[in-house]
Design a protein around this ligand. Structure first.
Ligand code: TRP
Length: 331
């Protein structure tokens, strides 16, 4: 029996190439090794995305994006969190075993409080209960599907540890293994993708290159990458150039070497380096962009894929919730 790997994808922004190398590709690689359960965490997104049109569009675009990037819905259980009502029942069940102090220690919540006090505002400004109880909902997502491992970035490792704590508190109380205790698999060797301004590519910095940008826009964005003022003739150091670091993610080893040599030799300006970068990025992203467009043009088919995923997921979820109810005396 393969071990179960589960991860949630929060649809709070359109996918960019930082997501691709940092989250999508590593998660898809794990899908071969594990029995994978991947879902769109739409109720997590609701904490921050309050515009209905925007949320609805993000849910579809992100789901379509993962499919276009290679998620196989036949081999993976792929569903929307909101299609699994058991998530919210388990979440309530877990609330009774989650101390408020544990939530007070959550990094995301603490950062929000600190930002408020730093600005001299009330510590609770703009903080909803969805943000405060975020780790409980996430624990429910994880525990519901008997997950063995949860592949996450460093920023989410604490949430998985909280899910462990909560599951253990339940098992300890009922003196039996009601819930499976998950393990975090922290992906800390994934590439840091530089953004247009040289900082890490991130939606919050506004320096991203969307994964499915039309060719023209992609080219324009690449031409906007910030460079230093070195002239055409000057030799350049590839290792400190964002253009080269991005190029390396997309180019073949021999292409990487060839471009590095041209950098060092001098005689190549930044404009030309950007053209080279555009060529390899577009080569890799074009087929994905086409698949994405195809999926977005058939919303009925996307709905069917997600509905089939939910159908496969719900019986598993129902078993966990009923195990809890029995153990708790709510049967
Ligand atoms: N909190 C995760 C993020 O912000 C998304 C998420 C929700 C998740 N539920 C999950 C990740 C369960 C792993 C497991 O990226």
């Amino acid at each position: 029996m393969k071990k179960i790997s589960l991860t949630g994808i929060k649809p709070t922004g359109i996918l960019h190439i930082g997501n691709y190398f940092g989250a999508i590709r590593p998660a898809l690689e794990l899908a071969g090794e594990y029995e994978a359960r991947y879902f769109i965490a739409d109720y997590h997104a609701l904490n921050t995305v309050k515009d209905p049109k925007e949320l609805s569009s993000l849910i579809r675009q992100v789901a379509a994006g993962w499919l276009a990037a290679g998620l196989d819905p036949e081999k993976t259980i792929f569903y929307r969190q909101s299609s699994i009502p058991e998530t919210f029942e388990l979440s309530t069940q877990l609330m009774a075993f989650t101390s408020k102090g544990l939530m007070n220690r959550a990094h995301a919540y603490k950062a929000a409080v600190q930002a408020n006090t730093g600005r001299g505002e009330d510590p609770d400004t703009g903080i909803n209960m969805g943000l405060f109880t975020y780790p409980v909902l996430m624990a429910a997502d994880i525990i519901l599907f008997d997950s063995d491992v949860v592949p996450v970035g460093k920023d989410q490792a604490q949430h998985v540890e909280m899910a462990q704590d909560i599951a253990q508190a339940v098992n300890f109380n009922y003196k039996q293994e009601v819930l499976k205790v998950p393990q975090a698999v922290v992906q800390d060797d994934v590439a840091v993708v530089p953004g247009l301004d040289g900082r890490k590519m991130s939606k919050s910095y506004g320096n991203t290159i969307p994964l499915f940008a039309p060719e023209k826009e992609l080219r324009k964005l690449i031409m906007r990458i910030v460079t230093n003022s070195q002239g055409v003739e000057e030799p350049k150091d590839p290792e400190t150039s964002q253009i080269y670091l991005l190029y390396r993610l997309f180019a073949l080893p021999e292409e990487q070497e060839a471009l590095a040599a041209r950098y060092r030799a001098g005689g190549m300006g930044w404009g030309e380096a950007k053209e080279e970068l555009f060529r390899v990025v577009n080569r890799e992203l074009s087929p994905m962009r086409e698949r994405f467009r195809g999926i977005m043009e058939e919303p009925g088919e996307l709905d069917r894929i997600l509905a089939r995923g939910a159908e496969k997921a719900r019986p598993i979820a129902a078993r966990t919730v009923s195990r809890f109810r029995k153990a708790a005396g709510i049967d």
